[in-house]
Design a protein. Structure first.
Length: 306
């Protein structure tokens, strides 16, 4: 992992949620408290100017990591160090993340209140490909792609060094996704932004990421440069995710859906959490949790079996 002046550093970060039933129900039915570990000892670094992506199926904990970094949750364990002054977040749903009662002008101006900055809202709208005249309109007057542009403009108004992008294109049509991704790449180059990009879509990640962390059931199972991950995935779960990506090049290589289901996080499997779905699992995988060695957490890789 990189270690030269990281902009963001997570060390052994965990987050637990108490999902117990009400106290009286537990007393009557003699149930213990239920603690869900959504993030389990996650460590990584993000360097200034890069795009680091966290990928994995829904429920793997990647969005919880994003909210921990943004300060919306506190870690149950571990530490998060941010070397900049400001960060902002772009949320998944452009229909739910903008206040419908506010004009665009007020939405974009709000972050500037907290940094004592007074730049014209129209400048931020032009940066994201909208008109300054749009400042007087309400969110419902825009399409989904335009609303996400407004969300990006709001984030830029806070003058962030780091943008946390939590599935920023997943709610958009494919053609609009490409426009937003191109806009984000252009803004990164012009403004020197750093992105933490959260996604389950590996096709999107392959276009935007410099480095990738693959998450499964709250843990990082593989780190790799994006080009290396897509050319030579090492962890069986990474391979399974890539095998499920449609073959747009029409190479004839068969594609298979991701096999099995994510286990119940309230009762995770013993040993390697992926072993019930892994074709390479053996007895060691069922009883011993693999450590992250050479940027991959897999007994089969460690032993040279794959």
């Amino acid at each position: 992992m990189p270690s030269v002046n990281p902009l963001l550093k997570l060390e052994s970060v965990s987050r637990d949620f108490d999902v117990s039933r009400p106290w009286l129900n537990r007393v009557i039915e003699r149930e213990p408290r239920r603690i869900l570990r959504a993030v389990d000892r996650v460590s990584f670094e993000v360097l200034k100017g890069e795009t680091f992506a966290l990928v994995g199926e829904s429920g793997c904990g990647k969005s919880t990591v994003a909210r921990l970094i943004a300060g919306l949750y506190r870690p149950s364990e571990g530490s998060i160090a941010f070397g900049g002054q400001r960060l902002q977040m772009i949320f998944q749903d452009p229909y739910a993340s903008l206040n419908p009662r506010w004009r665009v002008r007020k939405i974009i101006a709000e972050p500037m209140i907290f940094i004592d900055e007074k730049k014209p809202v129209g400048e931020f709208l032009k940066q994201v490909g909208l008109s300054p005249d749009d400042a007087e309109r309400y969110p419902h007057e825009f399409s989904g792609g335009q609303r996400q542009r407004i969300s990006i403009a709001r984030a830029l108004a806070g003058q962030p060094e780091l943008l946390i992008c939590d599935e920023p294109t997943s709610a958009l049509d494919v053609s609009v996704q490409a426009q937003i991704l191109n806009l984000m790449a252009d803004l990164q180059e012009r403004l020197g932004l750093t992105y933490l990009f959260i996604s389950h879509n590996l096709a999107v990640v392959s276009l935007v990421a410099d480095r990738v962390g693959v998450m499964y059931l709250g843990r990082i199972v593989e780190f790799a440069r994006a080009s290396d991950l897509f050319a030579h995935p090492r962890h069986p779960y990474s391979r399974m995710l890539l095998d499920a990506v449609p073959d747009l090049a029409m190479s004839g290589k068969p594609r298979t859906p991701v096999a099995g289901e994510v286990p119940n996080p309230l009762a995770p499997p013993t040993g390697c959490a992926f072993h019930p779905r892994c074709p390479h699992a053996n007895e060691r995988c069922r009883v011993e949790t693999p450590k992250l060695l050479s940027d991959v957490a897999c007994h089969a890789v460690e032993e040279g079996r794959i």
